[in-house]
Design a protein around this ligand. Structure first.
Ligand code: PGA
Length: 268
């Protein structure tokens, strides 16, 4: 079984000073309890996605610390280096120590008008740069009410993955990729689908991937109003490999509780 995975997406929050106190809080907790899932000797995978301006600082901090935490960019541009004012290239994310990049988040799709073909270009560019995608997919409330959930998810998946889902050249490290199912209506609202609903969506995603991929499959996380009180109900579902957390991850204490409670459920 691959270790449960916890992604903390800070979105446009926390400068360097706040990032520092947050990391100290995680570290203090790890020092007090050596077998915490955040430490190098335990088995959960934790991924922090700070804003671009804090990435370098967080990366340097992690190098000196006993925390076992990977880094993700929250977005990326698909071009190489060049005249793209305000954008960040995959190679730059790698240089500051990122292992992952979030792509297709609903805030990027809805607020910034990102399209499926652009998300495909991004996936392509980050994989070429030896980064791993955290691909977000999810339906809006209206799409759900109209019974279009699966049609939307299937389109988002197949457009982002492109040829890979038609059985062409499954990447070697595909089991290190991540898909996050995040219903748009559950993000930041306090509303969630039932864990059973999430599990049945994940099962369909998995089936769809298994048809297209020659071997291996990405992990599938759930995201949308996950917090320290509902984490166990989601993690009890075998189909859910982990969670992507926004709001609740802004508090180091809450993130620790989410990771510890979520990991305990997977171990039981
Ligand atoms: P939330 O955000 O946990 O605040 O709902 C999740 C996300 O946007 O990925």
């Amino acid at each position: 079984m691959s270790p449960p995975c916890f992604v903390a997406n800070w979105k446009m929050n926390k400068g360097i000073a706040e990032a520092e106190s947050y990391l100290y809080a995680l570290e203090k907790h790890t020092a007090q309890q050596m077998d915490t899932p955040l430490s190098k000797i335990d088995f959960a995978e934790t991924i922090l996605a700070p804003p671009f301006t804090a990435l370098s600082f967080v990366s340097e901090f992690l190098k000196q610390s006993s925390l076992r935490v990977d880094l993700a960019g929250q977005n990326v541009h698909y071009g190489g280096e060049g005249a793209f004012t305000g954008e960040i290239a995959p190679s730059m994310l790698r240089e500051v120590g990122c292992r992952y990049v979030i792509i297709g988040h609903s805030e990027r799709r809805q607020i910034f008008g990102e399209t499926d073909p652009e998300i495909h270009e991004k996936l392509d560019a980050i994989v070429k740069c030896d980064l791993r995608p955290i691909l977000c997919i999810g339906e809006t409330l209206q799409e759900r009410k109209d019974g279009k959930t699966w049609a939307v998810l299937e389109r988002q998946l197949s457009e982002a993955f492109g040829e890979i889902l038609q059985g062409h050249g499954t990447p070697e490290n595909i089991s290190e990729w991540i898909i996050a199912y995040e219903p748009v209506w559950a993000i930041g609202t306090g509303q969630t689908p039932t864990p059973g609903d999430v599990a049945s969506v994940h099962r369909k995603v998995r089936e769809c991937l298994c048809q297209g991929l020659k071997k291996g499959r990405p992990r599938i996380l759930y995201g949308g109003s996950v917090n320290e009180t509902n984490i166990e109900t989601f993690m009890k579902e075998k189909q859910i490999d982990g969670v992507l957390v926004g709001g609740a991850s802004l508090s180091a204490d809450k993130l620790i509780k989410i990771i510890e409670r979520g990991t305990a459920v997977k171990r039981a």
